[in-house]
Write a protein that binds this ligand. Structure first.
Ligand code: GDP
Length: 323
């Protein structure tokens, strides 16, 4: 991180901060983090209260609430099958959410805004680990290209608003996230919640075989959402540059290794099979996190510990989990 991009500028704990998407995996973790750091004026709206695709409603909301800061953690997200099946929805809904929220935030003079994307913005064949500068250097992974294009447009919107309006707005690109509050829907979720639910149900039903998707050979990096929330606040208070910043742990595991770890955490002792008719997606998307670590932030929650904590959360929230 260049020294000119480094700012030690604490956020005002009593200023109004709007967490868009505060019921989601990331938004709810950011909300908890802000509360624990002493923020006293955090606001959120459920999607039933405020549909961020409704441009008029978004402008009315900003006009009446006038937040000082915004964390834009609202998005339509999903696992590989959902992205591959509903690309038009992922592109259109994410574009609308971002454009409406950033336009309204600009009109109402929001001082600092953090936009969140995803590691799928990088070209499928980019060298690993993925550096920020590899953005827009090649073709995207086809299973989630529509979602990725929406997120790339968001990064460009941040950069353009900085250039044209001089706003100290920034973007962060997390790797695959997991943790309490995730979406556990079997068809729509990401791999971690899918495996937790599948293995837990196998234990409950006494099943001796489970079937996972793809070949098990792709590699993925996993960041606990509480670490992500900590990185978000760190960036808001320390980073002021046009380039997005990767957020990850800097190491990855194969999907097969992940499923073995989840099986162990859940107490599943049966066998696992692989359904090759389901897509593998990109082979690897390990983040280069040196830009963030150079500024002084690193992830704290190890994968085993994070998985165990998420399994415990899932088992304690069977009645209320999403999906
Ligand atoms: P991705 O990182 O965008 O590919 O998203 P996912 O988290 O959905 O998938 C990651 C990898 O896990 C892919 O290679 C999937 O094929 C694999 N996988 C194995 N079992 C499952 C499952 O039950 N659900 C999902 N979503 N992925 C699975």
């Amino acid at each position: 991180m260049g020294s000119s991009e480094y700012v030690a500028r604490p956020l005002n704990r009593t200023a109004k901060i709007y967490v868009a998407g505060h019921r989601g995996l990331v938004g709810s973790a950011i909300w908890r983090k802000l509360e624990s750091e002493g923020f006293t004026n955090i606001i959120g709206r459920t999607s039933a209260e405020l549909d961020l695709k409704d441009r008029g409603a978004v402008f009315e909301f900003f006009a009446s609430e006038k937040p000082n800061y915004v964390v834009l953690a609202a998005a339509k997200v999903g696992g590989i099958l959902a992205n591959n099946t509903f690309p038009a929805d992922f592109l259109s809904e994410n574009m609308q959410i971002q454009v409406n929220t950033m336009d309204a935030a600009l009109e109402h003079n929001v001082e600092r805004l953090l936009f969140l994307g995803s590691s799928c913005i990088y070209p499928k064949m980019a060298p690993q680990p993925l550096k920020e500068e590899y953005l827009l250097t090649g073709q995207l992974e086809p299973t989630n290209d529509a979602y990725a294009i929406a997120k790339i447009a968001g990064i460009l919107q941040i950069q353009s608003i900085r250039r044209q309006h001089g706003k100290a707005w920034i973007s962060a690109m997390p790797t695959n996230l997991y943790g309490p509050g995730d979406n556990f829907s079997p068809m729509g979720s990401h791999v971690m919640p899918a495996l937790i639910r599948r293995y837990d149900e196998a234990v409950q039903n006494g099943a001796t075989t489970v079937v996972n998707w793809g070949s098990g050979t792709p590699l993925r990096e996993f960041l606990h959402v509480d670490d992500m929330a900590s990185a978000c606040l760190f960036l808001l208070e320390h980073y002021d540059g046009p380039e997005h910043v990767n957020v990850g742990v800097g190491s990855d595991v194969t999907i097969k290794e992940l499923s073995e770890t989840v099986a162990q955490a859940v107490g599943y002792e049966g066998s696992m099979e692989w359904d090759a008719s389901k897509p593998d997606g990109t082979h690897r998307k390990l983040m280069d996190v040196s830009k963030l670590t150079a500024a002084g932030w690193t992830a704290k929650i190890g994968l085993h510990e994070g998985i165990q904590q998420t399994v415990d959360w899932f088992r304690n929230n069977r009645e209320s989990f999403r999906g």
